[in-house]
Design a protein around this ligand. Structure first.
Ligand code: OFO
Length: 168
């Protein structure tokens, strides 16, 4: 059975994952309108993954006798300036999510809720991968700058990355 404070904290994380999905969906749509098919498909997939993270949490909360809440979400931005800014936003967002997951892990230890602690380890590992991926893309785009040819090749690269992410 989940303690009330853990249920509340998990519900806050459910909202964060849902908002992440929305942000990446907005990024996908913006990239698509800019003609960057690879970046768009990467972001659509990333948005789906965040929804999966949200559902995994919701199912866990309900299985443990709590109630997963579906909250109103903050609307994400409509446009993102440049691809460099967009990937910086993505990276910063993932760092924020990692901090929230770490806070959650802290609470489970304080409350000696080892089942939730164990469940959250999946998210801890996932965040290591997501931060590394975002950092990797950001490094690439920082190298390219505003070079149009470079951005075209980058888009193709990211498209490949999206298909690899989809297979896993
Ligand atoms: Fe990208 O974050 Fe979910 O967990």
């Amino acid at each position: 059975m989940l303690a009330k404070n853990i249920e509340k904290a998990l519900n806050e994380q459910i909202k964060i994952e849902a908002e992440s999905s929305q942000v990446y969906l907005a990024m996908a749509s913006w990239a698509e309108t800019q003609g960057f098919e690879g970046v768009a498909s990467f972001m659509y997939k990333h948005s789906d993954e965040e929804r999966m993270h949200m559902l995994k949490l919701a199912k866990f909360v309900n299985e443990r006798g709590g109630h997963a809440k579906v909250s109103a979400l903050k609307a994400p931005p409509v446009s993102f300036g440049s691809f460099k800014e967009m990937f910086q936003t993505l990276f910063d967002h993932e760092v924020m999510v990692s901090e929230k997951i770490n806070d959650l892990v802290d609470i489970t230890l304080e409350c000696k809720d080892y089942a939730t602690h164990n469940f959250l380890q999946w998210y801890v590992s996932e965040q290591i991968e997501e931060e590394a991926l975002a950092r990797n893309i950001l490094d690439k785009i920082n190298l390219i700058g505003d070079d149009k040819g470079g951005l075209y090749l980058f888009d193709n690269d990211v498209k490949l990355l999206a298909s690899i992410v989809a297979e896993n």
